[in-house]
Design a protein around this ligand. Structure first.
Ligand code: GRF
Length: 189
């Protein structure tokens, strides 16, 4: 299983995938990291795990489609067969989706279909829900929809801030993202 990771941030999910591979829970290889933000800490994790990293700064592209076209180019160059969006904060277009049909997976910090979009943890807190969580799903054109692969529930505590709640959600993300990759690639979910 040859994985390509798309990430924009700290890369704790990248790290969780790398560890799952190392300890044998996920039978896969990390072929390449693609990131869009020159400051993203995920690039340091890639270096630590000896995974090649390719920067495509979205500001250098005229359209989402042009960015996606370059991403496909790198994914193919590194022989990727499954694409994992591990905190990829760009909207992807049919250009990318059609190049890897049903083989692009995203992790989202809410129990979808509740709280789609980039502010899911804030929205869950503002809504006053008592349970939220995270969802791993197949990527389709409409953001944060697509077949749900795995979910985990996380209680919202009385004194939670966005940060404390997000930290607790991430513990579950790190558990279910590698698991969902294994199950989806084996056609078991
Ligand atoms: C995760 O919470 C993910 O659900 C969201 O972005 C965050 C990425 O975190 N889409 P990290 O960069 O993997 O630490």
């Amino acid at each position: 299983l040859k994985l390509g990771i798309l990430a924009s941030g700290s890369g704790s999910n990248f790290e969780a995938i790398a560890k799952s591979i190392e300890n044998g829970q996920l039978n896969a290889q990390l072929q390449v990291l693609i990131y869009n933000n020159p400051q993203a800490k995920v690039v340091e994790r890639a270096a630590k795990w000896n995974v090649p990293a390719v920067l495509y700064n979205h500001r250098d592209f005229n359209s989402r489609e042009e960015l996606d076209t370059q991403i496909i180019h790198s994914l193919q160059q590194y022989s990727v067969d499954w694409v994992i969006m591990a905190g990829w904060m760009r909207i992807v277009t049919p250009v990318l989706i059609d190049a890897f049909p049903d083989k692009i997976i995203n992790i989202h910090p809410s129990l979808l279909p509740s709280f789609r979009g980039a502010k899911a943890v804030e929205q869950a807190l503002a809504a006053g829900v008592k349970i939220t969580g995270c969802t791993v799903h197949v990527v389709c054109e409409e953001v944060d929809t697509g077949k749900i692969l795995l979910q985990a529930a996380v209680p919202v505590l009385a004194n939670d801030t966005v940060e404390t709640l997000h930290d607790r959600i991430q513990v579950q993300e790190h558990r279910i993202l590698p698991q969902a990759i294994a199950l989806a690639s084996a056609n078991l979910v």
